[in-house]
Design a protein around this ligand. Structure first.
Ligand SMILES: Cc1cc2nc3c(=O)[nH]c(=O)nc-3n(C[C@H](O)[C@H](O)[C@H](O)COP(=O)(O)O)c2cc1C
Length: 185
């Protein structure tokens, strides 16, 4: 099972990292994992220039490896904290840079589909607001749709800013085990 991770938190030791590591640690040794730290990548943001509509490709090349890894994987994990109801800016830049896929897929009469590629979404939120996760779920849904990836499941943890928040509840090892079992069936 080839896994690509788009890690949206700028904090390498925070709640999103804990949750992501719980998933990754449950994979067998040697599992091919491509990990993209979006904050470290500092992607260029989409300028809406329209170049990709004409040519099919972005004029910037800084995300070529990232998008190649999103296309060439079995599982794509998006892991992010909530920032003002949305994702941190570098991950938002990745989402926006999907315009070439948008133009390619939705203008094609026979859009090629690969429903076997599966998408996971992990979110942490400082507070326990009723709508904390809604916008990110929608944004990531569009992202997966652009990339022709099937959303499969997610983990959504509120209240992480509470003084007594217990990091040990941040777990996704069970998701890894289910995916591995299904792969073997
Ligand atoms: C700039 C910024 C904006 C935030 N906005 C929200 C928000 O809108 N709603 C919320 O519940 N938490 C918000 N938080 C709290 C984070 O979602 C929470 O602390 C998260 O667990 C941080 O993840 P990390 O430990 O991976 O950095 C915000 C935090 C920061 C730094």
């Amino acid at each position: 099972m080839r896994v690509t991770v788009l890690f949206g938190s700028p904090n390498p030791e925070g709640t999103t990292a804990s949750l992501t590591q719980s998933f990754l640690r449950a994979l067998p040794e040697g599992t091919p994992v491509r990990f993209f730290d979006c904050a470290a990548l500092a992607p260029k943001s989409c300028e809406g220039c329209g170049a990709c509509e004409a040519s099919g490709a972005c004029k910037y090349r800084d995300l070529d490896d990232l998008f190649a890894a999103c296309e060439d994987c079995d599982v794509l994990l998006v892991a992010t904290p909530v920032y003002n109801y949305s994702v941190p800016a570098p991950l938002k830049a990745v989402f926006d840079r999907c315009q070439p896929y948008y133009f390619r897929n939705f203008r094609a009469i026979d859009m090629p589909t690969d429903p076997k590629r599966r998408g996971l979404l992990f979110i942490t939120a400082g507070r326990s607001g009723k709508y904390s996760f809604d916008i990110i779920k929608k944004q990531t849904g569009i992202f997966f749709k652009n990339l022709d990836i099937t959303y499969t499941c997610g983990r959504f943890y509120p209240n992480t800013d509470a003084a007594n928040f217990d990091f040990s509840v941040l777990r996704a090892d069970d998701i890894a085990r289910v995916l591995l079992r299904e792969e073997g069936e």
